[in-house]
Write a protein that binds this ligand. Structure first.
Ligand code: 5AD
Ligand code: SF4
Length: 467
């Protein structure tokens, strides 16, 4: 007993290192910053190399089957580190921890040892779980909460360019799109206190950050009841407040559900030049019967009405989307409708996926996953090819225009160039003339590819919100 105590005390003095890999969405990256903040308080420093780590965490995603397969392959691959470090702790965090639960700890079932399984609402429990794991016990907490927002914790921006950061404003999802695991893995919708959000934005500004992305599974459902004055703060009010407080800070948000993108929000964007001219509005399909089976609660027509409203009231705003090909019962006609909507909407950018049936979803229990894999693949290819044309057209229409670009750092391809983004969220590359990360530079676009704009700097500005 005495010996064990001494050992524990010894462990607390020795420096420990954490290596973390994040899969999936921006929300998960934001969660990893919370995890690192909690682990730092437990004496763990970050390392960029798994072989130097005492604990390796994978913050995982369950959205598609291949996302989980990738994690399992990585876990298998990490087992070899145990030979060199028998006390290594391997933890699975996030959505896959929440979905697969205890089974991840069954060595016989998954063919490898995992020491910790921690769901997205259980990170405050990490100090206890890691102590259990350090003393050789397997540790698990996958309890979902109706209140947890980690509002009071200060995220550690461990993988940051020092210019742009995420702020999580709400958690959970109650839309129940029939294909989606998220309501099951992230639980009930809850908003974070606006006071803590505004204060986090202010701290980031003070530290030199110039772009924040407000995150939630459906930011339009953000709602905070100020019980003292019976006032309610919704998303347009929140974003308006932050935009006006920090006119030199760019503000983005993700993700919006088309059924909830209000005229009020469009007006707030239109009237604040520092709210970015880029809206991500996942359509998923252009066919009404498919949208109905997906439980999306809008039609292709009402979606197009929202896009038109954005184009009319926020000139120069880009619209990006998510599309799923080969959902249950999708016919060639449904697929053609999706392609036709893509053309009508003229999407500037899209994330495109093959439907992947997920256990426990409404689609799994209600519909047959009946589109053959080769048909899903062919339709997806057609969608990707079309989007490439649309993105190229969108970029070609920018040639000759001047944009205000927020510099993020040197370009990956050549350190003679810098890269940044315009308000429309397009990557712009231009020759470095000593531009510092975090400055706004006016850039005239000279050429483009379907993915990037190439330009020349014409002036450095202190503004935020030019064309
Ligand atoms: N299969 C394929 N794509 C999916 N998405 C969500 N669930 C699935 C699934 N089961 C896509 C949607 C969503 C994006 C984050 O991932 O397009 O908007
Ligand atoms: Fe993946 Fe969705 Fe979880 Fe994000 S919320 S990590 S996309 S399953």
């Amino acid at each position: 007993m005495h010996g064990k105590n001494q050992q524990n005390q010894h462990k607390r003095i020795v420096k420990k290192f954490l290596y973390i890999e994040t899969y999936g969405c921006q929300m998960n990256f934001s969660d990893s910053e919370i995890v690192v903040s909690i682990m730092k308080d437990q004496g763990y420093e970050m390392t960029g190399k798994p072989e130097d780590a005492d604990a390796v965490f994978l913050n995982t995603c369950s959205i598609r089957d291949n996302a989980e397969k990738r994690v399992l392959r990585r876990l298998e691959n990490l087992q070899s580190l145990r030979k060199k470090k028998p006390n290594l702790i391997i933890g699975v965090l996030g959505c896959m921890a929440e979905r697969v639960k205890e089974s991840l700890l069954e060595e016989a079932e998954i063919g490898m040892r995992i020491d910790m399984v921690v769901g997205p609402d259980a990170y405050r429990d990490l100090p206890y779980l890691i102590r259990d794991a350090e003393s050789g016990h397997k540790a698990i907490n996958v309890i979902l909460s109706t209140e947890e927002t980690y509002a009071d914790l200060t995220p550690v921006r461990y993988d940051s360019n020092g210019v742009s950061a995420f702020i999580s404003i709400m958690r959970g999802c109650e839309n129940f799109c029939s294909y989606c695991v998220v309501p099951g893995t992230r639980g009930k919708e809850r908003s974070r206190s606006p006071k803590t959000i505004v204060s986090e934005a202010g701290q980031l500004y003070e530290r030199g950050y110039r772009e924040i992305t407000l995150l939630g599974q459906n930011v339009n459902s953000f709602m905070w009841d100020c019980s003292t004055d019976r006032d309610v703060i919704n998303f347009p009010a929140l974003i308006d407040n932050i935009a006006k407080k920090h006119p030199l800070m760019r503000i983005r948000f993700a993700t919006s559900h088309p059924k909830d993108l209000s005229d009020d929000l469009i007006s707030v964007i239109a009237s604040n030049p520092n709210i970015c001219r880029s809206i991500h509005l996942p359509v998923q399909s252009g066919s009404n019967p498919v949208l109905k089976r997906m439980n999306r609660k809008y039609t292709a027509e009402s979606y197009m009405e929202r896009v038109q409203s954005i184009r009319d009231r926020i000139p120069g705003c880009t619209v990006s989307t998510d599309i799923i090909s080969g959902f249950c019962g999708e016919t060639e006609e449904d697929h053609r409708r999706t392609m036709s909507l893509m053309k009508k909407a003229g999407f500037d950018f899209a994330y495109m996926f093959k439907y992947s049936e997920r256990p426990g979803t409404l689609a799994e229990s209600s519909f047959e996953d009946d589109v053959p894999d080769d048909v899903k693949t062919r339709r997806l290819e057609e969608i990707i090819n079309l989007q490439q044309e649309l993105s190229h057209e969108s970029n070609l229409s920018d040639v000759g225009k001047v944009f205000e670009v927020l510099v993020e750092g040197v370009s990956k391809r050549s350190n003679e160039n810098v890269m940044g983004r315009n308000s429309q969220n397009k990557v712009v590359i231009f020759k470095d003339k000593g531009f510092k990360a975090g400055t706004y530079v006016s850039v005239e676009i000279k050429q483009c590819t379907s993915a990037t704009l190439l330009g020349e700097a014409v002036a450095v500005s202190e503004q935020c919100g030019g064309e």
